[in-house]
Design a binder for this molecule. Sequence first.
Ligand code: FES
Length: 80
Amino acid sequence: MIEVYGRASKTSKFLSYQDEELDINLLDWLRSREITIASSCDGERVCRKCIIQNGWATCEFTLKTFLEREPDGKIVVDYL
Ligand code: FES
């Protein structure tokens, strides 16, 4: 289970995932779940607007890599 916490709304959305989704880019995976992530370079690793906690850019790693870095599966965004 992935928790997406929005600092603006102070609310969370909980998203389940399947093992076959682990290799999907985190930015693309969040978009597929209708979570709005800021971006002006569309995942080209230029704009740095897709930042979550720890300064991580969601376009720079997969869902699997995210879970290795953050085993509790919590994503924190400013504007949700
Ligand atoms: S979408 Fe631009 S750096 Fe990630």
